[in-house]
Design a protein around this ligand. Structure first.
Ligand code: ZN
Ligand code: ZN
Ligand code: ZN
Length: 169
């Protein structure tokens, strides 16, 4: 059973925000429901870039039953775009207010992901009972990789870009 089936669903509808209307389908009229899933819980960093899967959102699946008026997506000034999501007025407000988001592809470009993977592999290769010289060798490798990471930051390849929530027309 996947995380999605196990997560217990909780209501997160911001019904107190003016303009929020519940999206109860009446008379067979299809209305868009707000889908803050993946946006509400700290932004796209949880889901994008392949760092985290849905379980990073925690044990609860927060759901909003409000009508969504427009589609939104994250953008950064380097041109990265998050996936589109239908959001209600209330969620646009709360997400915008809380947004301290750093663009995941800007903070974690492929070169950085590669270096992190190499560092992880070096750490994994340490075994109990290893000779001191071997351990020192591993440590040396880690320092080299760390230097390369620092270089990426210095060159601005790894940087913190703010993301903005913009309406998709
Ligand atoms: Zn950027
Ligand atoms: Zn909503
Ligand atoms: Zn970016």
């Amino acid at each position: 059973m996947g995380w999605l089936e196990r997560a217990d669903t909780r209501d997160n509808t911001p019904w107190w925000v003016p303009g929020v209307e519940l999206a109860r389908p009446s008379g067979g009229v299809l209305v868009r429901t707000c889908d803050p899933f993946g946006y509400e819980s700290g932004g796209p960093k949880h889901l994008e870039g392949g760092f985290y899967d849905l379980s990073a959102l925690g044990p609860h699946l927060w759901q909003c039953t409000a009508r969504a008026d427009a589609r939104y997506r994250y953008t950064c000034r380097c041109g990265h775009r998050g996936k589109e999501a239908w959001l209600c007025v209330g969620h646009v407000q709360s997400i915008t207010a809380r947004m301290s988001g750093v663009c995941p592809p800007c903070a974690h470009p492929p070169a950085e992901i590669e270096l992190q993977a190499q560092m992880h592999a070096v750490r994994q290769s340490a075994r109990p009972g290893m000779a001191a010289t071997e351990l020192m060798g591993l440590e040396g490798k880690l320092w080299l990789l760390q230097e390369k990471l620092d270089e990426l930051v210095e060159r601005g390849l790894v940087h913190r870009c703010r993301v903005r929530l913009v309406e998709v027309s």
